[in-house]
Design a protein around this ligand. Sequence first.
Ligand code: SF4
Length: 367
Amino acid sequence: MIEQTSTEESVTRTLLKGLTLKELKDFFTAAGEKRFRGDQVFEWIYGHMAQSFDEMSTIPNYLRKKLNLYCELNTLTLVSTEISKRTGTKKYLFKTHDDLIVESVIIPEVKRTTLCISTQVGCPLDCQFCATGLMGYKRNLSSGEILDQFLMASVEYGKNKISNIVYMGMGEPLLNYTNTLKTLQIFAEQKTKDISLRRLTVSTAGIAPKIIELADSGLKVKLALSLHSMFDETRNKIMPINKKYSLAENLEAVRYYAKQTDTRITFEYVMLKDINDRTDDLNALIKLCKSLPCKINVIPFNSISHMAPTGLAHELQPSQKFRVDEFVKTLRDNDIVVMVRYTQGDDIAAACGQLAYKFEKNSKVDA
Ligand code: SF4
């Protein structure tokens, strides 16, 4: 679907960012222009990461003027950036056309630089360990708004410096399935930039039917499941979506995904004291990991009790360090691949949703 926006002069403009190659070609054909203009503009948007139509030097002047009049290129405005002195993690806050805040994070590591992008403003899923869940849900991001986080962060941070993208920021990507899929298709058909699908990871809290759909899409991206417990009783408490799509359904779906795409599943596991760090939890996790190609990201928890005055989100505590170490060692002793993912950039509130939450709160106070 081609999205349109209205300006203060009531001119309806077509948003070009977020259109697939075919949609762009169709757009130019319908406008009475040569079809190959679609290829050219596609390359300018995603290859050269052009921020304005005036940069598109292979497009004739008359057409650039028309594009400036009737089309819109950028879907977001960069509001601010913040960099962690300790880790180099860099946070980006963007504003949408309807004044909502979107958050992305760049995490530099030794061998790669990962960009974490959002797919929704807020999130409807209410995971109890997550700051974004506390914001509530506003709306899905369009395919252009999802891609613009990558394009604008790339221009600001340095083109070609981002090597990996994780769909792990604000929101549940598989609840914004159509737009998420479209962005993956655009990455797949994009010819001039070197982010391959194998460097993209979609992270889900567990929307089993959509995992199956993604597996059958032919787009072989990596998949991460926010597991956090091997028991429905615990998952129901900390991730209410589990009441709709049970652990068994999700595990069946990720097994199918691994088989269909020939990829290894990543299980995210945030360590919560006395909730999911018991011996029973560990044994069940080992059993799972021995049954399919996978790796585990163990995430030491940063309390969000200061953001949630009551309820389980307020009560959740991080596992003690010795318990995290024991957990990781036992998994590794069982030949399971484990990464420990410390929250990057605590000094800039880099955990999922924290900066946007802080910004929203401050805006409300300032208002
Ligand atoms: S962890 Fe992910 S799915 Fe859960 S509330 Fe946060 S953003 Fe939503």
